[in-house]
Design a protein around this ligand. Structure first.
Ligand SMILES: [Zn+2]
Length: 133
């Protein structure tokens, strides 16, 4: 399913195993909320990584869905732009624009500010504020 030589979908221009793929495989842990955010975007873009999306979602806000349902979400993500990010202690915010292609082939924008917390040295996605285009 995942081509080993493919570029990472997060737009880093690195190969997948040298970027978010290492986080998905559990051989590395994101050191910043921004890295976690990128790896979660990549997980959505690649599909089939529901376990990763749920594991990196804070238990207090994690949706009660199966990993299969989570991983099945394929919205045709095409590009990620990180707009801004701040970290203060164990809290962080990452603002990003993600672009996806709808059924008519039109590019759509998803603009969001995501909140993250660090617990026991690991970053978790908490929730998000959607920003109107
Ligand atoms: Zn990446």
């Amino acid at each position: 399913m995942i081509k080993p030589h493919a570029k990472c979908p997060c737009g880093s221009n690195k190969r997948l195993p040298a970027c978010c793929g290492a986080f998905h495989a559990g051989t590395a842990t994101p050191r910043t909320a921004k890295q976690l955010m990128r790896s979660r975007y990549s997980a959505y873009a690649l599909g089939g990584l529901g376990d990763y999306l749920l594991q990196t979602w804070h238990p207090t806000t994690r949706p009660a869905v199966s990993a299969a349902d989570m991983g099945a979400a394929d919205t045709g993500w095409v590009q990620l732009d990180i707009v801004d990010s701040h970290q203060q202690g164990n809290s962080a915010m990452v603002e990003f624009k993600a672009y996806w292609r709808d059924v008519d082939g039109q590019t759509q924008l998803h603009h969001e500010k995501s909140r993250f917390v660090r617990q026991d040295g690991r970053w978790f996605y908490v929730d998000a504020e959607l920003i109107d285009a």
